[in-house]
Design a protein around this ligand. Structure first.
Ligand SMILES: [Zn+2]
Length: 396
């Protein structure tokens, strides 16, 4: 007779079901296709997103993703964010100035309307557009769209326009001829991973989640891609995967690949990062149980409420640590070259092993978004002395 031993310490970590996060069961799904609309470089601005910022890492280049979604039961199409317009000089002056002064640099690119049309998607087939929040790199240029689009924003979004509101990203042309719909979370009695949720189509295929902190009315999209798996459109809850991973549950469920564990030992500077089994000059990622980066809380931080933003990150991280949820944030530079984009569908991301492929890329020293080692300066020659040297002796 064979003895079957159950060794609790070897048992796989318990995987939560979507129900444990408060998501009702449903078989209605949406298809998700990603566009990388543009990349912009924010000069000397890494510190407005994350901390710590290591020497030589002060400037950051970020992609701007936008998402085409198709509601499978009705074939209706909608967008989650639109990316940035390709004539930033026509933004309200405060924001146009960022490009004029080269604080932000942006090359030439086709905007989302051109990308869709070139891809054979008629703009008039897209009835509704969700804006995660009212920043210029998410709202596109609505005057290029056929009239009567439904624009959905959180009711907490300040929709006042420039010049009435000098700080607004919005102009009259962003709304003219369209229908503005305000998603009101105060009417919601559904909570998903601690975030107030609104079921947008009434069938559990797509939710908006209230995720405050980055900007007034900031929301996350939660797309059900199969009855039991989901894509989180994390928008600007955070801007670098290192501000999300690796929490302890994430480590247990999606372990760091062995070769990355090895390369991270020397790639990650132990002058700035630590974990229980780290030693000087030898970082141990496997024993790290919190994200490597924190959100910026400098006076010029891109988070209007860093404390609320950090809480939103924690709620998102609980979903992100689960194998049934793939997180895509708008500006995750670590996945720029690895994320399959339009016309590829992301609906079978789980079958493709996409989560395992993408989740740890931010930790690869060769990834352009790697932020964990000082860069661009010759390593300062350390002043060393022989271990037995008598340092009390004065120099000659
Ligand atoms: Zn953004």
């Amino acid at each position: 007779m064979r003895l079957i031993l159950t060794l609790p310490f070897l048992a796989a970590p318990a995987l939560a079901s979507f129900r444990d996060f408060g998501i009702p069961a449903s078989s209605a799904t949406v298809d998700v296709k990603a566009f990388n609309v543009a990349s912009f470089t924010l000069n000397n601005l890494t510190h407005v997103f994350v901390k710590p910022v290591l020497p030589g890492q002060e400037t950051i280049t970020l992609p701007i993703f936008a998402f085409l979604l198709e509601h499978k039961p009705t074939k209706r199409r909608f967008m989650f964010d639109l990316g940035i317009r390709n004539d930033p000089e026509n933004l309200p002056p405060t924001f146009a100035g960022l490009f004029k002064s080269k604080t932000i640099t942006l090359g030439k690119f086709k905007d989302i309307t051109q990308l869709l049309v070139d891809g054979g998607i008629a703009l008039k087939s897209i009835k509704a557009i969700f804006w995660s929040h009212g920043h210029f790199d998410h709202i596109g240029d609505m005057k290029k769209w056929p009239k009567k689009r439904k624009i959905v924003v959180s009711s907490q979004t300040d929709t006042s326009i420039f010049p009435d509101n000098k700080n607004s990203d919005f102009q009259a042309s962003d709304f003219a001829g369209h229908k503005l719909i305000k998603a009101d979370f105060s009417r919601s009695n559904l909570t998903i991973s601690g975030m107030r949720a609104l079921d947008q189509f009434g069938d559990g295929s797509f939710y908006l989640l209230d995720a405050p902190g980055h900007f007034g009315g900031h929301v996350i999209g939660l797309a059900r891609t199969t009855p039991t798996s989901f894509i989180i459109l994390g928008a600007d809850t955070l801007h670098h995967a290192g501000a999300l991973r690796p929490g302890g549950a994430f480590q247990a469920n999606i372990p760091c690949p062995g070769e990355l564990v090895e390369s991270a030992r020397s790639a990650i500077s132990t002058d700035f990062f630590w974990s229980p089994r780290t030693g000087p000059g030898r970082f141990d990622i496997a024993s790290r149980t919190e994200p490597l980066l924190a959100l910026s809380d400098t006076p010029d931080s891109f988070f209007v409420d860093p404390t609320a933003a950090q809480l939103s990150v924690s709620k998102l991280a609980a979903l992100d640590a689960d194998k049934d949820f793939l997180t895509l944030v708008t500006h995750d530079g670590s996945i720029t070259s690895a994320l399959p984009t339009f016309p590829a569908s992301l609906a079978d991301w789980q079958k493709q092993g996409l989560k395992e492929k993408l989740a740890w890329l931010f930790l690869d020293g060769k990834n352009p978004s790697f932020l964990f080692q000082p860069k661009g300066r010759a390593k300062r020659e350390a002043h060393t002395h022989h271990p037995n040297e008598d340092v009390s002796k004065e120099d000659d």
